[in-house]
Design a protein around this ligand. Structure first.
Ligand code: CUA
Length: 327
Protein backbone atom coordinates (compact mmCIF):
# COMPACT_ATOMS: atom_id res chain seq x y z
CA UNK A 1 0.00 0.00 0.00
CA UNK A 2 2.81 2.38 0.96
CA UNK A 3 4.66 1.53 -2.24
CA UNK A 4 1.48 2.18 -4.23
CA UNK A 5 0.92 5.57 -2.55
CA UNK A 6 4.55 6.41 -3.21
CA UNK A 7 4.32 5.59 -6.90
CA UNK A 8 1.16 7.69 -7.19
CA UNK A 9 2.67 10.68 -5.41
CA UNK A 10 6.03 10.30 -7.13
CA UNK A 11 7.88 11.25 -3.95
CA UNK A 12 8.66 9.41 -0.76
CA UNK A 13 6.55 10.27 2.28
CA UNK A 14 8.26 12.35 4.93
CA UNK A 15 8.67 9.47 7.35
CA UNK A 16 11.18 7.85 9.70
CA UNK A 17 9.74 4.52 8.57
CA UNK A 18 10.80 4.97 4.95
CA UNK A 19 14.52 5.34 5.52
CA UNK A 20 16.71 5.98 2.52
CA UNK A 21 20.23 6.15 3.89
CA UNK A 22 22.60 4.45 6.34
CA UNK A 23 21.90 6.87 9.22
CA UNK A 24 18.14 6.89 8.82
CA UNK A 25 18.30 3.08 8.57
CA UNK A 26 19.83 2.89 12.06
CA UNK A 27 17.24 5.30 13.44
CA UNK A 28 14.47 3.23 11.85
CA UNK A 29 15.83 -0.01 13.38
CA UNK A 30 15.91 1.69 16.78
CA UNK A 31 12.32 2.82 16.27
CA UNK A 32 11.17 -0.71 15.44
CA UNK A 33 13.09 -2.17 18.40
CA UNK A 34 11.43 0.29 20.79
CA UNK A 35 8.01 -0.21 19.17
CA UNK A 36 8.14 -4.02 19.31
CA UNK A 37 9.48 -4.08 22.88
CA UNK A 38 6.84 -1.58 24.04
CA UNK A 39 4.11 -3.60 22.27
CA UNK A 40 5.24 -6.82 24.00
CA UNK A 41 5.26 -5.06 27.38
CA UNK A 42 1.78 -3.70 26.69
CA UNK A 43 0.45 -7.13 25.68
CA UNK A 44 2.07 -8.76 28.74
CA UNK A 45 0.54 -6.11 31.05
CA UNK A 46 -2.95 -6.45 29.59
CA UNK A 47 -2.57 -10.27 29.64
CA UNK A 48 -1.62 -10.22 33.33
CA UNK A 49 -4.53 -7.90 34.11
CA UNK A 50 -7.04 -10.16 32.32
CA UNK A 51 -5.59 -13.26 33.99
CA UNK A 52 -5.82 -11.67 37.48
CA UNK A 53 -9.40 -10.51 36.86
CA UNK A 54 -10.46 -13.94 35.64
CA UNK A 55 -8.82 -15.61 38.65
CA UNK A 56 -10.55 -13.26 41.11
CA UNK A 57 -13.93 -13.85 39.41
CA UNK A 58 -13.44 -17.61 39.55
CA UNK A 59 -12.67 -17.47 43.26
CA UNK A 60 -15.64 -15.26 43.93
CA UNK A 61 -17.96 -17.64 42.07
CA UNK A 62 -16.69 -20.61 44.06
CA UNK A 63 -16.85 -18.62 47.32
CA UNK A 64 -13.15 -19.32 48.00
CA UNK A 65 -11.26 -17.15 50.48
CA UNK A 66 -7.92 -15.55 49.49
CA UNK A 67 -5.00 -17.90 50.19
CA UNK A 68 -2.93 -17.02 53.27
CA UNK A 69 0.27 -16.34 51.29
CA UNK A 70 -1.45 -14.04 48.73
CA UNK A 71 0.37 -10.92 49.98
CA UNK A 72 3.75 -12.56 49.52
CA UNK A 73 2.81 -13.69 45.99
CA UNK A 74 1.73 -10.18 45.09
CA UNK A 75 4.95 -8.67 46.47
CA UNK A 76 6.96 -11.12 44.35
CA UNK A 77 4.94 -10.18 41.26
CA UNK A 78 5.48 -6.45 41.83
CA UNK A 79 9.24 -6.94 42.42
CA UNK A 80 9.48 -8.96 39.20
CA UNK A 81 7.60 -6.23 37.28
CA UNK A 82 9.87 -3.48 38.65
CA UNK A 83 13.02 -5.49 37.86
CA UNK A 84 11.83 -6.17 34.28
CA UNK A 85 11.04 -2.45 33.81
CA UNK A 86 14.48 -1.40 35.02
CA UNK A 87 16.19 -3.94 32.74
CA UNK A 88 14.14 -2.85 29.71
CA UNK A 89 14.83 0.85 30.38
CA UNK A 90 18.55 0.10 30.72
CA UNK A 91 18.52 -1.80 27.41
CA UNK A 92 16.73 1.17 25.79
CA UNK A 93 19.31 3.56 27.23
CA UNK A 94 22.25 1.52 25.99
CA UNK A 95 20.86 0.94 22.46
CA UNK A 96 19.82 4.59 22.19
CA UNK A 97 23.28 5.84 23.18
CA UNK A 98 25.08 3.34 20.94
CA UNK A 99 22.93 4.27 17.89
CA UNK A 100 23.59 7.95 18.72
CA UNK A 101 27.33 7.30 18.75
CA UNK A 102 27.28 5.56 15.34
CA UNK A 103 25.48 8.59 13.81
CA UNK A 104 28.10 11.13 14.82
CA UNK A 105 31.44 10.28 13.15
CA UNK A 106 31.80 12.17 9.90
CA UNK A 107 33.21 10.07 7.02
CA UNK A 108 36.94 10.70 6.63
CA UNK A 109 36.84 11.30 2.87
CA UNK A 110 36.31 15.05 2.30
CA UNK A 111 32.55 15.11 1.83
CA UNK A 112 30.38 17.59 -0.03
CA UNK A 113 29.86 20.42 2.48
CA UNK A 114 26.71 22.51 2.65
CA UNK A 115 26.28 25.44 5.03
CA UNK A 116 22.68 25.64 6.09
CA UNK A 117 21.50 28.72 7.98
CA UNK A 118 18.09 28.77 9.61
CA UNK A 119 16.14 32.03 9.49
CA UNK A 120 12.60 32.96 10.43
CA UNK A 121 11.19 31.18 8.38
CA UNK A 122 13.35 29.89 5.59
CA UNK A 123 16.68 28.17 4.90
CA UNK A 124 19.73 29.89 3.45
CA UNK A 125 21.88 27.38 1.57
CA UNK A 126 25.55 27.79 0.65
CA UNK A 127 27.68 25.11 -0.95
CA UNK A 128 31.22 25.42 0.37
CA UNK A 129 34.11 25.48 -2.09
CA UNK A 130 37.82 26.24 -1.94
CA UNK A 131 37.39 29.04 -4.51
CA UNK A 132 34.90 31.93 -4.19
CA UNK A 133 33.64 31.27 -7.75
CA UNK A 134 32.92 27.68 -6.79
CA UNK A 135 30.58 28.67 -3.99
CA UNK A 136 26.93 28.38 -4.70
CA UNK A 137 24.04 30.08 -2.96
CA UNK A 138 20.41 29.05 -3.03
CA UNK A 139 17.50 28.74 -0.63
CA UNK A 140 15.00 26.22 0.70
CA UNK A 141 16.17 23.42 -1.58
CA UNK A 142 19.37 21.41 -1.65
CA UNK A 143 20.51 18.94 -4.27
CA UNK A 144 22.83 16.08 -3.35
CA UNK A 145 24.39 13.22 -5.31
CA UNK A 146 22.98 9.75 -4.53
CA UNK A 147 25.19 7.44 -2.46
CA UNK A 148 27.66 10.10 -1.32
CA UNK A 149 28.09 11.49 2.19
CA UNK A 150 27.03 15.10 2.67
CA UNK A 151 28.29 17.21 5.55
CA UNK A 152 25.93 19.88 6.84
CA UNK A 153 27.25 22.85 8.81
CA UNK A 154 24.29 24.27 10.68
CA UNK A 155 23.91 27.83 11.91
CA UNK A 156 21.15 30.24 12.81
CA UNK A 157 20.95 34.01 12.72
CA UNK A 158 17.90 34.50 14.95
CA UNK A 159 16.40 31.75 17.10
CA UNK A 160 16.94 28.00 17.50
CA UNK A 161 15.74 25.94 14.53
CA UNK A 162 16.23 22.24 13.88
CA UNK A 163 17.01 20.37 10.67
CA UNK A 164 15.08 17.14 10.25
CA UNK A 165 14.85 15.07 7.07
CA UNK A 166 13.38 11.92 8.67
CA UNK A 167 14.01 9.71 5.61
CA UNK A 168 17.72 10.58 5.66
CA UNK A 169 18.96 11.21 9.22
CA UNK A 170 18.10 12.28 12.74
CA UNK A 171 17.50 15.82 13.97
CA UNK A 172 20.09 18.48 14.71
CA UNK A 173 19.47 21.93 16.18
CA UNK A 174 20.65 25.16 14.52
CA UNK A 175 21.85 27.40 17.33
CA UNK A 176 22.62 31.14 16.98
CA UNK A 177 26.34 31.86 17.33
CA UNK A 178 27.40 28.24 17.22
CA UNK A 179 28.14 25.94 14.28
CA UNK A 180 26.82 22.41 14.57
CA UNK A 181 27.58 19.66 12.11
CA UNK A 182 25.90 16.49 10.98
CA UNK A 183 26.10 14.27 7.95
CA UNK A 184 23.73 12.14 5.92
CA UNK A 185 23.65 10.11 2.76
CA UNK A 186 20.74 9.42 0.41
CA UNK A 187 20.83 5.92 -1.07
CA UNK A 188 17.89 6.37 -3.43
CA UNK A 189 17.11 9.25 -5.76
CA UNK A 190 14.10 11.27 -4.68
CA UNK A 191 12.66 14.49 -3.31
CA UNK A 192 12.89 14.25 0.49
CA UNK A 193 11.00 16.79 2.52
CA UNK A 194 12.76 18.17 5.58
CA UNK A 195 11.00 20.17 8.26
CA UNK A 196 12.14 22.59 10.93
CA UNK A 197 11.72 20.52 14.08
CA UNK A 198 12.17 23.14 16.79
CA UNK A 199 9.43 25.66 17.50
CA UNK A 200 10.81 28.95 16.17
CA UNK A 201 7.84 31.30 16.06
CA UNK A 202 4.62 31.90 14.19
CA UNK A 203 5.54 30.17 10.93
CA UNK A 204 7.54 27.26 12.34
CA UNK A 205 5.22 24.81 10.58
CA UNK A 206 5.83 26.51 7.22
CA UNK A 207 9.61 26.16 7.34
CA UNK A 208 10.33 23.23 5.08
CA UNK A 209 13.29 22.37 2.90
CA UNK A 210 13.49 19.92 0.03
CA UNK A 211 16.48 17.60 -0.28
CA UNK A 212 16.67 16.40 -3.86
CA UNK A 213 18.92 13.38 -4.29
CA UNK A 214 19.89 12.67 -7.88
CA UNK A 215 22.53 10.68 -9.79
CA UNK A 216 26.00 12.29 -10.00
CA UNK A 217 25.79 13.54 -13.64
CA UNK A 218 22.42 15.19 -13.03
CA UNK A 219 23.72 16.72 -9.80
CA UNK A 220 26.80 18.09 -11.60
CA UNK A 221 24.58 19.72 -14.24
CA UNK A 222 22.51 21.31 -11.47
CA UNK A 223 25.66 22.71 -9.82
CA UNK A 224 26.85 24.16 -13.16
CA UNK A 225 23.54 25.88 -13.82
CA UNK A 226 23.28 27.23 -10.25
CA UNK A 227 26.78 28.72 -10.35
CA UNK A 228 25.98 30.76 -13.46
CA UNK A 229 24.75 34.34 -13.02
CA UNK A 230 21.19 35.18 -14.04
CA UNK A 231 20.69 35.69 -17.78
CA UNK A 232 20.04 39.25 -18.94
CA UNK A 233 16.58 39.46 -20.53
CA UNK A 234 16.38 39.84 -24.30
CA UNK A 235 12.69 40.76 -24.70
CA UNK A 236 10.92 43.92 -23.55
CA UNK A 237 8.44 42.39 -21.07
CA UNK A 238 11.11 40.43 -19.19
CA UNK A 239 13.34 43.47 -19.26
CA UNK A 240 10.55 45.59 -17.78
CA UNK A 241 10.11 42.93 -15.06
CA UNK A 242 13.80 43.19 -14.28
CA UNK A 243 13.47 46.97 -13.94
CA UNK A 244 10.49 46.53 -11.61
CA UNK A 245 12.59 44.17 -9.50
CA UNK A 246 15.66 46.39 -9.38
CA UNK A 247 13.90 49.71 -8.77
CA UNK A 248 11.24 48.50 -6.34
CA UNK A 249 11.27 46.91 -2.89
CA UNK A 250 12.49 43.47 -4.07
CA UNK A 251 16.12 44.50 -4.52
CA UNK A 252 16.32 45.75 -0.95
CA UNK A 253 16.22 42.21 0.45
CA UNK A 254 17.02 39.76 -2.35
CA UNK A 255 20.12 38.89 -4.33
CA UNK A 256 20.15 38.10 -8.04
CA UNK A 257 23.72 37.41 -9.17
CA UNK A 258 24.44 39.26 -12.41
CA UNK A 259 22.38 42.30 -11.37
CA UNK A 260 22.90 45.12 -8.87
CA UNK A 261 20.52 43.41 -6.42
CA UNK A 262 22.87 42.01 -3.78
CA UNK A 263 21.07 41.97 -0.45
CA UNK A 264 21.19 38.79 1.58
CA UNK A 265 18.30 39.59 3.91
CA UNK A 266 15.90 37.34 2.02
CA UNK A 267 16.33 34.18 -0.07
CA UNK A 268 18.70 34.32 -3.06
CA UNK A 269 16.59 34.47 -6.24
CA UNK A 270 19.28 34.02 -8.93
CA UNK A 271 17.74 30.70 -10.02
CA UNK A 272 14.33 30.99 -8.41
CA UNK A 273 12.53 29.41 -11.37
CA UNK A 274 14.57 26.21 -11.00
CA UNK A 275 13.17 25.55 -7.53
CA UNK A 276 10.10 23.40 -6.90
CA UNK A 277 8.50 25.49 -4.19
CA UNK A 278 8.46 29.05 -2.88
CA UNK A 279 8.18 30.47 0.66
CA UNK A 280 10.17 27.55 2.18
CA UNK A 281 8.09 24.69 0.85
CA UNK A 282 4.80 26.51 1.49
CA UNK A 283 3.59 26.98 -2.11
CA UNK A 284 4.27 25.28 -5.44
CA UNK A 285 6.49 27.41 -7.68
CA UNK A 286 3.76 28.45 -10.13
CA UNK A 287 2.98 31.85 -11.63
CA UNK A 288 -0.27 32.15 -9.68
CA UNK A 289 1.26 31.19 -6.33
CA UNK A 290 4.16 33.55 -6.94
CA UNK A 291 1.76 36.42 -7.73
CA UNK A 292 -0.23 35.81 -4.53
CA UNK A 293 2.95 35.61 -2.49
CA UNK A 294 4.44 38.85 -3.89
CA UNK A 295 1.26 40.89 -3.51
CA UNK A 296 0.23 39.74 -0.05
CA UNK A 297 2.76 37.47 1.71
CA UNK A 298 1.17 38.08 5.12
CA UNK A 299 -1.92 36.27 3.93
CA UNK A 300 0.10 33.16 3.10
CA UNK A 301 2.53 33.29 6.04
CA UNK A 302 1.39 35.78 8.70
CA UNK A 303 4.44 37.25 10.41
CA UNK A 304 6.84 36.70 7.52
CA UNK A 305 9.43 39.45 7.10
CA UNK A 306 8.43 39.92 3.44
CA UNK A 307 6.36 43.11 3.05
CA UNK A 308 3.29 43.41 0.77
CA UNK A 309 3.92 44.80 -2.71
CA UNK A 310 1.36 47.05 -4.33
CA UNK A 311 2.20 46.85 -8.02
CA UNK A 312 0.37 48.01 -11.11
CA UNK A 313 -1.05 44.94 -12.92
CA UNK A 314 1.27 45.36 -15.90
CA UNK A 315 4.29 45.72 -13.59
CA UNK A 316 3.31 42.61 -11.61
CA UNK A 317 2.85 40.68 -14.83
CA UNK A 318 6.26 41.74 -16.12
CA UNK A 319 7.88 40.96 -12.74
CA UNK A 320 6.38 37.46 -12.80
CA UNK A 321 7.66 36.89 -16.32
CA UNK A 322 11.13 38.00 -15.22
CA UNK A 323 11.14 35.82 -12.08
CA UNK A 324 9.96 32.84 -14.11
CA UNK A 325 12.84 33.38 -16.53
CA UNK A 326 15.37 32.84 -13.73
CA UNK A 327 15.96 29.18 -14.53
CU1 CUA B 1 12.51 27.09 12.28
CU2 CUA B 1 10.87 25.92 13.56
Amino acid sequence: MLALLQSVRGAPNQSVLESSGPLAGRVESLWWFAFITASLVYLATIGALLWATARARRRERRGEALPADDDRGMARGVALGVAATVVILLVFLVTDLSVGRTLDPIPRKQPLTIELTGKQWWWDVQYADTSPQGRLTTANEIHVPVGEPVLLLLESTDVIHSFWAPNLAGKKDLIPGYTQSMWFQADTAGDYRAQCAEFCGLQHAKMALHVIAEPRPQYDRWVQSQRAPAKTPTDSVTNRGREVFLTGQCAMCHNITGTVAGSRAGPDLTHLASRRTIAAGTLPNTRGALAGWIVDPQRVKPGTHMPPNQLAPADLDALLTYLQSLK
